[in-house]
Write a protein that binds this ligand. Structure first.
Ligand code: COA
Length: 161
C-alpha cells in the first residue's frame, strides 16, 4: 500500500458531474456534527474499526472534514479530509451497491476541491488500495518509498468490533 500525491491546482471541474448526480437524486455534502452517530454506525457496518476511528477524527474538526454522498436520506459513501494526518485525504468508500456509477469519482473530486479551497496545494492519499482509480480520476501519482509510510507498528483492532 503506497501513498499517492495529487496536484490540487490542476483539478477537473466538478459542476457538470455534480449536476448529473443531482439528477439521480444523489448529493455530495458535508456530514454535520449532529449526524455523527449515524455516520459512525454506517462506517462501522460497512468498513473497518480503523476507518471508523479516522472518520470520527475527521468529524472533530470545525467545519467537519467528512463529506458524504447521500440519496433519499441514506449514506452511499464517505470521504475524509485531514483525518489521519494534515493534508491527507481518506479513508473513502462506498456501499457495494453504489459502486461503479461515477459516485466515487465525484466524491473524490469534491473533497479535493475542498482541500484546494482550504489552502492546500497538494493532497496526500494515504496507504491507498485502488491506485488506478486515483490515477484515473485525479492524476494521482505514487510516492516512492511510502510503504508503510506512517502506517507502522499498528495496534490490532479491539475484539468487540
Ligand atoms: C474505490 C471506490 C471508492 C471507487 O468508487 P466508484 O464509485 O466505484 O468509482 P467510479 O464509478 O466513480 O469510477 C471512476 C473511474 O475509476 C475506475 N475505477 C473504479 N474503481 C476502480 C478500481 N478499484 N481500480 C481501478 N479503477 C477503478 C472506474 O472504472 C471509472 O473509470 P472510467 O472513468 O474509465 O469509467 C469504490 O469502489 C469503493 O468504495 N471501494 C471499496 C473501498 C475502497 O477501496 N476505498 C479506497 C481506499 S484507499
Amino acid at each position: 500500500m503506497h501513498d499517492m500525491i495529487v496536484r490540487l491546482y490542476r483539478l477537473p471541474d466538478i459542476q457538470e458531474g455534480t449536476q448529473a448526480l443531482a439528477q439521480c437524486g444523489i448529493r455530495i455534502r458535508r456530514c454535520m456534527p449532529y449526524e455523527l452517530l449515524t455516520l459512525q454506525h454506517w462506517v462501522s457496518a460497512n468498513f473497518s474499526p480503523k476507518w471508523l476511528s479516522e472518520a470520527t477524527v475527521a468529524m472533530a474538526h470545525q467545519p467537519p472534514g467528512c463529506l458524504i454522498a447521500t440519496r433519499d436520506s441514506a449514506i452511499l459513501g464517505f470521504v475524509c479530509v485531514d483525518a489521519t494526518m494534515r493534508g491527507f485525504l481518506g479513508p473513502m468508500g462506498l456501499v457495494e451497491t453504489a459502486r461503479g456509477q461515477g459516485i466515487g469519482r465525484m466524491l473524490l473530486l469534491t473533497a479535493l476541491h475542498e482541500m484546494r479551497h482550504m489552502g492546500y496545494a497538494y493532497a496526500i492519499l494515504g496507504g491507498v488500495g485502488p491506485v488506478d482509480f486515483y490515477r484515473k480520476v485525479a492524476a494521482a501519482e505514487v510516492i516512492p518509498n511510502s510503504t508503510p509510510g506512517i502506517y507502522e507498528d499498528l495496534l490490532p483492532d479491539p475484539p468487540s468490533c
